[in-house]
Write a protein that binds this ligand. Structure first.
Ligand code: ADP
Ligand code: MG
Length: 699
């Protein structure tokens, strides 16, 4: 194979050898030339640009300066002695400090010598300084090396054997200068042209040793592009193949069901966003191809009614619909709400959950098979083999992040000949870039508008010590006729301590407000008990619901207008936003109170601040992505798919857009990469799939 030499062990690099190679492999996972070439610098230092010492400020995280040594001395320190050097340029002076056995340095540095130093500035009594800076002595007459010097991720152990951030650069220089042939190109020539990308060999050379900023940007752009391109290609190819070859059930009619409901029984006017999404769905199901659509809409944006209207499209054409909910409570709620909506049309809705009784099941199975039940709502139980439909045409999955891809596939098996259309709904607003990387194989619709008249939820962040104030507020709200959620974190279902906290919290609450009807809800209760608590809350008999996050998803009680979240610092941003979405659904002003302990981490403080500042789910999702990185976002499949070395899903959205259009351009013309100009790309993708490793990036 082309470029075989790239799998050479780095032990063969001049100046490396087996012991250094072993440590590089252990510490950084670098084994081959290819690994080393994809070990990218984290920073570049321009050896010709210097910060005047007098202008260094505390906000700078890294500076490089040049000056003359005007003074040096040894100072006694606590236990360790301290060697300091005063460096002066025209604008000011700073103090460089080294601790420990620095005799060799004292010998090396002479008064009057010119020194280049680089590092993080520290300030002492208003004066700039550096501790253990990177430095280089400039010999008289020596010219400054132009270009950017790379600095590489390293480790303490590697530093000790000379492979510090600069030392790894020397190794890379050896590798790059010794390459027997150019690094093979993997993108088609025409694409390089169209997107103004430099060649691959050039890009690798320049990303390690850029002659200037322009070259560096060109190299980074090219390699980021490539990284995203390879991640998207197979996904979009799959999507194209499905579209071309996966026929779907044609649902051409809109009839009595859809129109009857829309014109006579819809309790409100649809928002423009809801109408647009329905048009998109309609176009899919008419097309004769299978719909695979992700519907994103912030909590409370009205996805349920879209699901109902979508089910009616299927019914009008004689097909059944399955609606999958992630929890028992949510399935119950959907069942009750949707039955009520559809009863005037004489449509029978069924429900199947883990707690459905055997006798009910038997009846239900029969009613499904003879087609009496047009819409079945349920949990995972719906996926069991015994559940057979007469003619399933539509599968709607609510709050997708609890359902895996495999489960989606099991729904397919329930169909007779053609797979059902699939609508996946999520209230976890996934930032656009992430949606494109994760669900590149689905079409995406967005409800980006809330029904009219919604008031923003007022969010307040308080320390736990003000709990009495919170109790007073709860009493006042209950007296005004409102209902309240009081939520405790339950990160891990099996954690006893979390239950204990919640149950204790409930006791304390009852002591303080004994006359207010309150009850507890959590995941370890029997389904029937959960149901009855929830039913009493929905009816307004229970005023305060003390619970774990089981109420997180989908539950809709418009009269509940206060959400108190205990130990809010233990929740991620998306989850806080989901919880807050349980209130603000009625006409009343709603509140979300975040209670936290002392000593919040900086990140936790930031999370609280974001919640207080905005109600916009997409902004929150973007911030979440920024704070936690994509691997942790709820609703994502495997983090591995999103680990990029260069590309950032937060910053590189525009690059990703370009990449997608580049990928489509090829897939539209040559979907299976049979053309000679795509041979290198095909080879590369195949090699990458054989060995999903860093090797894949370069082989
Ligand atoms: P979610 O997208 O979170 O699932 P729901 O479908 O539960 O949201 O809708 C939230 C609330 O908004 C429900 O009470 C629903 O009846 C109401 N609703 C939905 N669409 C509209 C609309 N166009 N106008 C007014 N209210 C609406
Ligand atoms: Mg919902």
């Amino acid at each position: 194979m082309q470029g075989h030499y790239l799998s050479t062990s780095i032990a063969y690099v001049k100046g490396c050898g087996p012991s250094k190679a072993a440590l590089l492999s252990k510490e950084l996972g670098l084994h081959t030339y290819a690994d080393a070439l994809t070990h990218f610098p984290f920073r570049y230092v321009d050896r010709t640009r210097f910060q005047p010492i007098g202008l260094i400020s505390e906000s700078m995280s890294f500076v490089q300066s040049i000056g003359a040594i005007e003074h040096k001395e040894w100072l006694p320190g606590k236990g360790k002695s301290r060697f300091t050097v005063h460096l002066r340029d025209k604008s000011g002076s700073m103090e460089l400090t080294w601790f420990g056995n620095m005799g060799w340095l004292d010998d090396k540095l002479q008064l009057g010598q010119v020194l280049i130093v680089a590092g993080k500035p520290i300030f002492y009594k208003g004066q700039p300084g550096m501790s253990h800076p990177d430095f280089e002595v400039l010999q008289p007459g020596q010219a400054l090396q132009p270009g950017l010097s790379p600095m590489y991720p390293s480790s303490d152990k590697l530093r000790k054997i000379g492979l510090d951030p600069k030392g790894i650069g020397r190794l890379l220089k050896q590798i790059i200068e010794g390459l027997p042939a150019p690094i093979p190109e993997n993108l088609p020539e025409a694409l390089l042209h169209r997107y103004n990308l430099i060649g691959r060999d050039q890009a690798f050379r320049w990303i390690h040793f850029p002659p200037d900023q322009t070259a560096l940007q060109a190299a980074r752009y090219r390699l980021k592009f490539e990284e995203l391109f390879m991640a998207q290609f197979r996904m979009l190819q799959t999507k194209a193949r499905n579209q071309a070859t996966q026929p779907g059930i044609p649902l051409p009619q809109l009839g009595a069901m859809f129109h009857g409901f829309y014109e006579r029984h819809l309790p409100f006017a649809l928002t423009n966003a809801q109408k647009r999404v329905l048009k998109e769905i309609r176009a899919d199901v008419k097309s004769g191809r299978q719909m695979n659509r992700l519907l994103q809409g912030d909590v409370g944006s009205g996805k349920t009614v879209v699901a109902v209207l979508t089910a009616l499209m299927a019914m009008d054409n004689g097909f059944q619909t399955a609606l999958l909910a992630p929890t028992e409570i949510l399935a119950q709620q959907h069942f009750l709400g949707i039955s009520e909506l559809l009863s005037p049309l004489g449509i029978q809705v069924g429900i199947l959950t883990g707690s459905s009784k055997k006798a009910e099941r038997i009846k239900l199975h029969a009613a499904l098979q003879n087609g009496e039940i047009a819409l079945l709502v349920g949990t995972h139980a719906l996926l069991e083999e015994a559940v057979q439909f007469q003619n399933l045409g539509m599968a709607i999955i609510d709050e997708q992040h609890r359902f895996g891809v495999a489960q989606r596939a099991r729904l397919w098996e329930k169909a007779r000949s053609l797979p059902p259309h699939v609508l996946v709904m999520t209230a976890t607003p996934i930032p656009r870039t992430l949606a494109m990387t994760l669900y590149g194989d689905l079409d995406v619709s967005v409800i980006d508008e809330l029904p009219p008249g919604r008031k923003n939820v007022i969010t307040i962040h308080k320390g736990e010590e003000v709990r009495n104030e919170v109790y007073r507020f709860i009493r006042q709200q209950v007296e005004a006729g409102r209902q309240i959620y009081l939520v405790y974190p339950l990160i891990d279902e099996s954690k006893k301590l979390d239950y204990k906290n919640m149950l204790e919290g409930f006791e304390v609450f009852k002591q303080h407000l004994p006359d207010i009807p309150a009850d507890v809800l959590h995941g370890q209760m029997k389904p029937a008990d959960k149901e009855s608590v929830m039913a009493r809350f929905v009816k307004g008999h229970v005023k305060v619901l003390v619970s774990t996050t089981v109420i997180e998803v989908g539950v809709n009680v418009p009269n509940a207008s206060v959400m108190v979240i205990e130990s809010a610092e233990r929740f991620g941003l998306s989850q806080l936003h989901q919880l807050r979405g349980r209130v603000g659904r009625g006409a009343e002003q709603s509140y979300c109170i975040l209670l936290t302990g002392r000593n919040l981490s900086k990140e936790a403080k930031e999370r609280m601040a974001v919640m207080v500042a905005t109600n916009d789910g997409f902004k929150i999702a973007e911030k979440d992505l920024e704070l936690r990185g994509p691997g942790d976002i709820e609703g994502t499949r495997q983090s591995g798919e999103m680990q990029f070395k260069l590309a950032s899903l937060v910053e590189d959205a525009p690059v990703l857009e370009q990449v997608r259009s580049a990928v489509w351009h090829i897939i539209e013309r040559d979907p299976e990469l049979q053309a000679p100009e795509h041979a290198a790309l095909l080879r590369y993708l195949q090699a990458r799939e054989r060995s999903q490793g860093p090797w894949a990036m370069i082989s």
